[in-house]
Design a protein around this ligand. Sequence first.
Ligand SMILES: *Cc1c(COP(=O)(O)O)cnc(C)c1O
Length: 226
Amino acid sequence: MATTDRDGTEHEGLADVRTRIAGAAKAAGRAPDEVRLVAVSKTFGPEDILPVIEAGQRVFGENRVQEAAGKWPDLRDRFPDLELHLIGPLQTNKVREAVALFDCIESLDRPKLARVLAEEMAKQGRHPALFVQVNTGAEDQKAGVLPDEADAFIASCREEHGLTISGLMCIPPLDEEPSLHFALLEKIARRNGLSELSMGMSGDFETAIAFGATLVRVGTAIFGTR
Ligand SMILES: *Cc1c(COP(=O)(O)O)cnc(C)c1O
């Protein structure tokens, strides 16, 4: 896979992650282009992000609306084909800004948020792709719908709020084997007719690819430690 496909500059972290994605896809009998890389740029400024854009990366993830609103509008003006994903929790009072800024919201996880998103998307005529976040480890402190409640929540997003759900997202517990969580997310997606799976971070994206990830969200392995 080319690491210099657009602007001719190299970025070591990005090149390494791309090589590893391609290798993991191949090992799993999948085409490398079935796996999209979301470069997680939270806490990093434009001086760190720009070299990654210049090396050809176009999809980025941020976990806070406010932080993203501060740094992305300028970059978007310069690179109109950027795609921005919200991967952190979304409060309903930030929905207006989030719908205006993001191309994909990966953290839809409760009925009130579904309702407010549907209203705001209609109002703005902007329709970011939506992923339902599943709290596969049922951790108290973590966002996401519980696995047992996922089917009903997805159905209500579709039927009550008229939302199109693209896929599912999860963040496995830090101290557990991630593959069980990836397998669970895949199973919930399959029985709900969803084809996109956002799973896998710097420590486990190769495992996630083996379990069917179509998006991996990688920060540290590209940008360095935060
Ligand atoms: C920070 C973050 C990532 C990236 O984590 P790394 O370990 O730095 O790759 C992925 N997903 C979410 C939801 C995050 O908040």
